[in-house]
Write a protein that binds this ligand. Structure first.
Ligand code: PEP
Ligand code: MG
Length: 323
């Protein structure tokens, strides 16, 4: 299979009916980055900047970060990299930071909430990103956005840093700013949100735990709710339509995007960009090249009003029937 995936590396992720799907990788450590080339992915759809913060014994300063982000750009060899700003708290703790024990960490003081409350950390990170992105395309994404006002506050911080760094000679070739959709409330502000973001990326790991009110790490709830279920599909279908109407680029970057059956269903719902663990690119590309987007779409849409708790077995049967 490895040999097959290597052979497919330079072939497009295109369905039988000529629908092109953009496949990207999720990365965190520097050693993940070369996989973008090896796997033949289009770019890095999610660079988790907190990972290098988590493996260090002290907070990296602006120079450390600039060096790191520079190397990521270099190793990505011109492929686009979407940098997600620091997403700590919840299940991701920094050993050298204040004690963050909370009753309910997933819904606690985490992610953008921390960085907006402690803007110095975010400001340093944004300066480092801008410096590393000099003459390059900068994609910045803010995590765990729950309302448009948070996105605006974060973007304003970025705009201020862009202005400041321009005065020192650091000017990215282009700047695109996006939000991660991980909190269901944000969809109910879609009208104003979609006028302000350059792109949206759905973090289904967090989003689904909030949609079902079920902790993503609790083994007792494992298997209780399925990502392949009518409620999730209706939600995503609605979101795809909103983004298509407003011409906002939508990516799915949670773990489900890297599972072939899930990826098939997402494409059936109209999703055209996926970001996944590097090892998933081969299997997902193989699936994409064997599917027909139109027939999957028809089938997936026929399941939207199903009362079943999971659509998995039916989708599996469909996938087998259709090669
Ligand atoms: C997600 O929540 O789906 C996501 C991609 O972010 P993380 O897994 O890093 O929380
Ligand atoms: Mg998340």
């Amino acid at each position: 299979r490895k040999a097959l995936y290597a052979q497919m590396r330079d072939l497009p992720a295109q369905t039988h009916d000529d629908v092109n799907i953009s496949l990207n990788i999720n990365a965190g450590l520097l050693i993940d980055v070369p996989h973008v080339i090896e796997s033949g992915a289009d770019g890095i759809g999610l660079y988790r900047t907190e990972i290098p913060f988590m493996v260090r014994s002290a907070m990296p300063d602006i120079e450390d970060q600039t060096r790191l982000y520079n190397r990521i750009f270099e190793q990505a060899e011109g492929r686009p990299v979407v940098f997600r700003t620091l997403d700590v708290g919840g299940d991701k703790l920094l050993p050298y930071w204040q004690d963050m024990t909370e009753e309910n960490p997933a819904m606690g003081w985490r992610s953008i909430r921390i960085t907006l409350d402690r803007p110095a950390v975010l400001v340093h990170q944004l300066r480092a990103l801008i410096r590393a992105a000099h003459d390059r395309d900068l994609h910045v994404m803010f995590p765990m956005i729950a309302e448009v006002a948070e996105f605006r506050a974060a973007r304003e911080l970025l705009d201020r840093q862009l202005e400041r760094e321009a005065g020192r000679g650091f000017v990215p070739r282009s700047v695109k700013v996006g939000a991660m959709l991980e909190v269901p409330a944000l969809v109910w502000q879609a009208n104003s949100l979609l006028g302000q973001v350059d792109f949206l990326s759905v973090g289904t790991n967090d989003l689904l735990q909030f949609m079902f009110a079920a902790d993503r790490g609790n083994p007792r709830l494992e298997g209780r709710y399925d990502t392949l279920s009518p409620g999730v599909f209706s939600f995503l279908k609605h979101l795809v339509e909103l983004c298509d109407d407003r011409n906002v680029r939508l990516t799915i970057c949670g773990e489900m995007a890297g599972r072939p059956l899930e990826a098939m269903a997402l494409i059936g719902l109209g999703v055209r960009r996926l970001s996944m663990a590097p090892a998933s690119v081969g299997p997902v590309k193989e699936m994409v090249r064997s599917m027909n987007a139109k027939s999957v779409e028809q089938y997936v849409l026929s399941l939207l009003d199903s009362p079943s708790k999971s659509l998995r077995s039916r989708l599996k049967a469909f996938a087998i029937d259709h090669g």
